[in-house]
Design a binder for this molecule. Structure first.
Ligand code: NAD
Length: 280
């Protein structure tokens, strides 16, 4: 069980990925995203999750380089994830999209490159491009996002490399137990996006009770539940206090009963899009 914000999980290729990182979806390019990334790294975060589609890779790259300087770190101390967007999927177009992301980030490599969504008829070609990017050492690990079990089964039939990570919507009302078990059996690490249900779960009565019992916030309880389930998590905030709060989940433990209560909140409820029915 991770006991520190900088503790990392070893992925299926030996690469170490921090258990908890900062998500920057909807953090505005420029000052907003830069301040958030710098605050996170100052507070001890070592992982940042962006995507070409977030239109803030430049700011993320700039902030990471600055934070490395300011905090006496090296590039290897920070874990950067980005993703190829749907309109760029396909073999050659993904290779080109990756180079554009690298230019915007202005980094020599990324730690994790993901297929953002399983675009029908395209994701296998996209995966071949990711395999090449990985083999060339430009991404230390490659993975997918929003893949259901059937997408993974289909991909694994034709791939050389097993994805290191599958990043999916996961929170107490969408616990993804089948996917968690399936990914576990294949050596694919599950990562939770919208872990806080985009902020919608923070007034949940059952979660509040558990939070009060531990003297923690609901956000902290949910993030701790992720970690105790073996799930990597990337809460988003651009607010310094909340960034600090979300990283402060390593000094308490949910007991078996807490875990069970939270697991039972599942309603298969999505706040985001359905990977089997999206039109973008
Ligand atoms: P989230 O569940 O992390 O919720 C974020 C919102 O919750 C914030 O905007 C803020 O208003 C609120 N919040 C955060 N911390 C709080 C706190 N301590 N107290 C009170 N309110 C708090 O939602 P998200 O941004 O959708 O998901 C997190 C990250 O996951 C994203 O930033 C992005 O990096 C990633 N993501 C990936 C995909 C994908 O398709 N792969 C989709 C959505 C998000």
């Amino acid at each position: 069980m991770p006991s520190h914000l900088q503790d990392a999980v070893t992925l299926n290729n030996g690469v170490k990925m921090p258990w908890l990182g900062l998500g920057v979806y909807q953090a505005k390019e420029g000052d907003e995203v830069e301040q958030a990334v710098q605050a996170a790294i100052r507070h001890g975060y070592r992982s940042i999750d962006t995507a070409a589609a977030y239109h803030n890779e430049e700011g993320v790259g700039r902030a990471v380089r600055q934070a490395i300087k300011d905090n006496g770190l090296s590039r290897e101390d920070v874990f950067i994830t980005t993703k190829v967007w749907n309109s760029e999927q396909g073999y050659e177009s993904t290779l080109a999209a990756f180079e554009k992301s690298m230019d915007r980030l202005n980094l020599d490599y990324v730690d994790l490159y993901l297929i953002h969504w399983p675009v029908k008829g395209k994701y296998k070609e996209t995966w071949r491009a990711l395999e090449r990017i990985y083999q060339e050492g430009k991404a230390k690990a490659i993975g997918v996002s929003n893949f259901q079990i059937h997408h993974l089964e289909d991909l694994l039939k034709d791939s050389e490399i097993v994805p290191a990570v599958n990043q999916v919507e996961l929170h107490p009302e969408l616990t993804q137990k089948d996917l968690l078990e399936y990914c576990g059996s294949k050596g694919i690490r599950l990562e939770a996006w919208s872990p806080l249900g985009q902020g919608n779960l923070l007034n949940h009565e059952a979660l509040k009770e558990i939070a009060d019992k531990h003297g923690k916030s609901v956000a902290q309880v949910i993030l701790r539940w992720d970690l105790q389930n073996g799930v990597i998590t990337i809460p988003k905030s651009v607010n310094k206090e909340r960034i600090a709060e979300n990283g402060n989940v390593f000094d308490f433990e949910l007991d078996a009963q807490d875990m069970e209560v939270i697991d039972r909140l599942n309603r298969n409820r999505r706040f985001g899009s359905d990977p089997d029915n999206f039109n973008f």
